[in-house]
Design a protein around this ligand. Structure first.
Ligand code: PGA
Length: 261
């Protein structure tokens, strides 16, 4: 399977989110083989978008959550509030949260735990900055982020875990790493995660790529067996782009299907 996460960031209010959700559903119309889609509106759009996707194969995700259950935390949104709205996935540790909001590895680990305790699937973002990459420290940084985010995690039963490798320098810049580099980093992350969480079932750990994915380059990432999907930011709010990304995933799935029969 291939998974596409649409991270709308702070780009759509309620009305726009509803329209985008409807448009996103249309990208699947008529497809027999389709990728798994998760759309992540801003908090304010979750309730209305849930109504749009409720009877479809599309799942709802949130862009963040707070790690406490309830209380005097002005402006924060809890896990229970999200599950009440039908949220199944939560992006945790996005680089914009780390950089703009100062989130630390420790806080991210608490969020991962909170998300799992509400039976939602965390989409844990990791990735090096340009400076770390230039110093040859990309793997080290990614390893540190994975270990601190997942140190306490042991997967249970059919529980899923999504990792998104998102080099910070590739987010919103139009620049992407070579596909071969992404594949290597995914192998590294997958192995590391398997060691840490003691994965028992195949497929319970999915590793996605994120950073300037668009309609043009999606196919080259998605056709790699090591890349389980993509996390899309700016191109997810441009429906003509997003349609091409969904098509790229469907083409890959169809070609896998026809070569296996
Ligand atoms: P981008 O964002 O696709 O706009 O680069 C990706 C992300 O922030 O997850």
């Amino acid at each position: 399977m291939k998974t596409i996460i649409a991270n709308w960031k702070m780009n759509a209010g309620v009305r726009e989110s509803v329209a985008l959700a409807r448009g996103t559903l249309l990208t699947l119309r008529g497809r027999v083989v389709a990728p798994e889609l998760v759309i992540c509106p801003a908090f304010v759009g979750l309730s209305e978008v849930h109504k749009v996707v409720a009877r479809s194969s599309v799942s709802l995700g949130a862009q963040d959550v707070f790690w406490e259950e309830q209380g005097a935390y002005t402006g924060a949104v809890s896990g229970r509030m999200l599950t009440e709205l039908g949220v199944e996935y939560v992006i945790v540790g996005h680089s914009e949260r780390r950089q703009t909001f100062g989130e630390t590895d420790e806080q991210i680990a608490k969020k991962v735990a909170l998300v799992r305790s509400h039976s939602m699937t965390p989409i844990v973002c990791v990735g090096e900055t340009r400076a770390e990459r230039d110093q040859g420290l990309a793997r080290e940084r990614v390893q540190a982020q994975v270990l601190s985010a997942l140190g306490e995690v042991r997967l249970r039963g059919r529980e899923q875990l999504m990792m998104a490798y998102e080099p910070v320098w590739a987010i919103g810049t139009g620049e992407t790493p070579d596909v071969a580099e992404v594949v290597q980093m995914h192998e590294f992350v997958r192995q590391l995660v398997q060691e840490v969480v003691g994965e028992t079932e195949t497929g319970s750990i999915r590793v996605l790529y994120g950073g300037s994915v668009d309609g043009e380059n999606a196919y080259q990432f998605l056709r790699e067996p090591e890349i389980d999907g993509v996390l899309v930011g700016s191109a997810s709010v441009k429906l003509n782009q997003f349609k091409d990304i969904v098509k790229a995933a469907a083409d890959v799935l169809e070609s896998q299907f026809s070569s296996s029969v």
